[in-house]
Design a protein around this ligand. Sequence first.
Ligand code: 8GT
Length: 130
Amino acid sequence: MKHVTVAAAILIKDGKVFSAQRKDFGEMAKRWEFPGGKLEEGESGEAAIVREIKEELDTDIRVIKYLSTVEYQYKTFSITMSGYLCEILAGDLVLSEHLCAKWLGKDELYSVPWADADIPLVQAIEGMLV
Ligand SMILES: Nc1nc2c([nH]c(=O)n2[C@@H]2O[C@H](COP(=O)(O)OP(=O)(O)OP(=O)(O)O)[C@@H](O)[C@H]2O)c(=O)[nH]1
């Protein structure tokens, strides 16, 4: 079974968290996720998340702190995903790899179909939202 190690950015602004919708292919097609992606060989999670957000969203971020790591077994692959609380340094989160995106407040947090693996991370950040 394929295993992927992923870094995810938790971006919170005005009490809302940034969530983006995956494209229409793969096991997680059209699910909502934290932006990010797979670590390259020898790369740290912190370095990967800064690189991925630049690549995917043309935005410079910095990691404020590591939050937590989720392990999840999908039908076709397993995932280890670490979430990092990040802040935007420069850029406008320009979508290039997602269908759309939303800033979700506490009341809307579960209004989108999240990727299954994300639920523990979503729960972990609920208290940071308004
Ligand atoms: N970025 C991201 N990926 C997630 C999340 N939750 C989750 O299950 N995943 C899964 O983790 C994997 C990440 O792969 P990706 O396609 O985003 O990563 P990448 O940009 O490095 O991929 P690529 O360069 O191979 O296309 C996907 O299978 C995706 O479905 C999440 O919150 N964020």
